[in-house]
Design a protein around this ligand. Structure first.
Ligand code: ADP
Length: 160
């Protein structure tokens, strides 16, 4: 059976931290579905279409990565896509506590699904989409924190 993992997130915007987790996990799986969650209650900073386009730009030449948007439960997406694994990144003990609750609830709903954690690379352990958004809101340069391919586009679409 193909080993398919779903990497869910809001990617608002994708950072080098996300990119690093996905690229490091590639040798472990046959396919990684980067799944952009549409969350009606959480207002995003960047529009869904831009966030999707940036994911496509970063991973467009990686045959094992598939990009999609989804709404609803992540475990339901996994079932639809025949994915048995949910991939998540861990930066801090706070991430761990948060992820543990979600992972245990997902396990209660869908016992076959396993959540796999990758520790953040140390250089990205303090990096988050929210910090990137704060820098952008204040007119700063985020080139060091987002994938090279999309840094210019991200700066171009900021409304200060
Ligand atoms: P969410 O909206 O679910 O928090 P994010 O887009 O912020 O989604 O993050 C998706 C996943 O990427 C989460 O597992 C998060 O812990 C992980 N992640 C985010 N930033 C980093 C980073 N700098 N290093 C490692 N993992 C990260």
């Amino acid at each position: 059976m193909k080993k398919i993992a779903v990497f869910p997130g809001s990617f608002d915007p994708i950072t080098r931290g996300h990119e690093s987790i996905i690229r490091r996990a590639l040798p472990v799986f046959d396919e990684i579905i980067v799944a952009l969650g549409e969350n009606a209650e959480k207002k995003s900073y960047f529009p869904l279409d831009s966030r999707l386009k940036w994911l496509e730009l970063v991973f467009g030449d990686e045959p094992k990565v598939r990009i999609m948007k989804y709404s609803g439960l992540t475990v339901d997406l996994c079932t639809r896509m025949n994915a048995v694994y949910i991939l998540r990144g861990l930066r801090t003990s706070a991430d761990f506590e948060f992820e543990r609750t979600i992972g245990l609830m997902n396990k209660a709903i869908s016992p076959v699904i396993e959540t796999i954690f990758f520790l953040s690379a140390p250089e990205y352990a303090a990096l988050s989409s929210s910090v990137v958004r704060d820098i952008l809101r204040n007119g700063g340069d985020v080139s060091k924190f987002v994938p090279d391919k999309i840094a210019r586009e991200i700066h171009g679409s900021v409304s200060l």
